[in-house]
Design a protein around this ligand. Structure first.
Ligand SMILES: Nc1ncnc2c1ncn2[C@@H]1O[C@H](COP(=O)(O)OP(=O)(O)OP(=O)(O)O)[C@@H](O)[C@H]1O
Ligand SMILES: O=P(O)(O)OC[C@H]1O[C@H](OP(=O)(O)OP(=O)(O)O)[C@H](O)[C@@H]1O
Ligand SMILES: [Mg+2]
Length: 283
């Protein structure tokens, strides 16, 4: 059985559970139960504090785990990133009181910086030849400057609203993070096969999220032009409509090219364009 460590509750939990579910793996989890076995996949789930996940995976207590890349890098545990998962995206940034002058990174020379990420911050400062004092605190980092604990902070930023409500301005981005699937350095052959199976499913889910299925109608004479615009997995499917001289084209487009392609299709003469989500996608 593959032992999978997930965050018990927090910023990663919902998206981690959603991904597992979309991979077709289900389990029943009673309230407060910290360990459960999947109903339809040889896997056992452990629900942990996110900070503990890299160490558990490094020690082989869990075979794989889902955790923020920031925590993996900070922890310096001997784990491998098997797959970036694309959710819980955030950055680790240095921030100073709003309105204070800042002339680039040299302004941090000799200052006191509060953070929960002393290793990542330490590496960043060293790389930039900045000598500053790091104060390690485990939470509510944004409060530090206003209570005289530090001149600056280094903490997680997503929308920036926590910085804003605490009168701080972001001045340096230290690290970009997202949720990752980590694996223990040594896995038995059996477990390696299970992990491959899981990774195959994750890839199918991610491909589906990044693509949309598109259907449209077009007069036959513009089909070559539309085929050129629509990349598709191989090439578009073309089906005749009951109405003489018209066809229906089906294809797959990438989410990030979506609006641009729709405009081109309309300009080329496409009508009745439907765009629908894909549930799984295997190349
Ligand atoms: N505002 C945010 N937006 C997006 N991702 C975030 C945000 N805050 C944190 N994350 C990511 O989610 C991870 C978990 O954050 P969370 O706040 O749940 O941690 P925690 O409070 O330490 O949880 P735990 O109780 O498990 O120790 C972080 O390590 C980071 O990768
Ligand atoms: O830029 P923002 O969108 O405001 O997000 C950043 C905040 O989110 C996280 O805290 P969270 O809300 O998870 O609370 P926590 O401190 O209890 O982990 C993080 O520690 C920041 O404080
Ligand atoms: Mg934590």
């Amino acid at each position: 059985m593959l032992r999978i460590a997930l965050q018990k509750s927090g910023r990663l939990s919902d998206a981690s559970l959603k991904l597992i579910k979309e991979c077709g793996i289900s389990f029943t989890n009673g309230t407060g139960k910290l360990k459960t076995v999947a109903d339809n996949f040889p896997a056992e789930f452990l629900f942990l504090r996110d900070d503990d996940i890299p160490r558990y995976v490094a020690d082989g207590v869990a075979d794989v785990g889902i955790v923020g890349e920031n925590v993996v890098v900070e922890d310096r545990s001997a784990v491998t990133i098997a797959q970036k998962l694309g959710f819980s995206k955030c950055r680790l940034s240095i921030a100073i009181p709003r309105g204070e002058s800042y002339q680039g990174i040299e302004s941090l020379q000799g200052r006191h910086i509060a953070t929960s990420y002393p290793n990542i911050l330490g590496d960043f400062l060293k790389k930039n030849n900045i000598k500053a004092t790091i104060h390690e605190i485990s939470g509510s980092v944004e409060i530090a400057p206003s209570i005289g604990l530090a001149d600056a902070i280094c903490d997680i930023v997503s929308t920036g609203s926590t910085l804003m409500s605490n009168g701080l301005q972001e001045v340096e981005v230290v690290f970009h993070s997202q949720a990752v699937l980590i694996q223990t350095p040594t896995l038995s052959n059996e477990k390696q096969k299970l992990l491959q199976k899981l990774l195959f499913r994750i890839e199918a889910v991610q491909n589906a999220r990044n693509n949309k299925y598109i259907l449209l109608n077009a007069p036959n004479e513009v089909i070559p032009k539309i085929t050129e615009i629509l990349p598709g997995m191989k090439s578009p499917t073309i089906l005749p409509l009951a109405m003489e001289g018209w066809s229906s084209l089906h294809s797959v487009i990438q989410e990030d090219q979506f609006w641009e392609i729709i405009e081109q299709l309309k300009a080329a003469g496409a009508e009745g364009i439907l765009v629908v989500p894909i549930e799984k996608m295997i190349y």
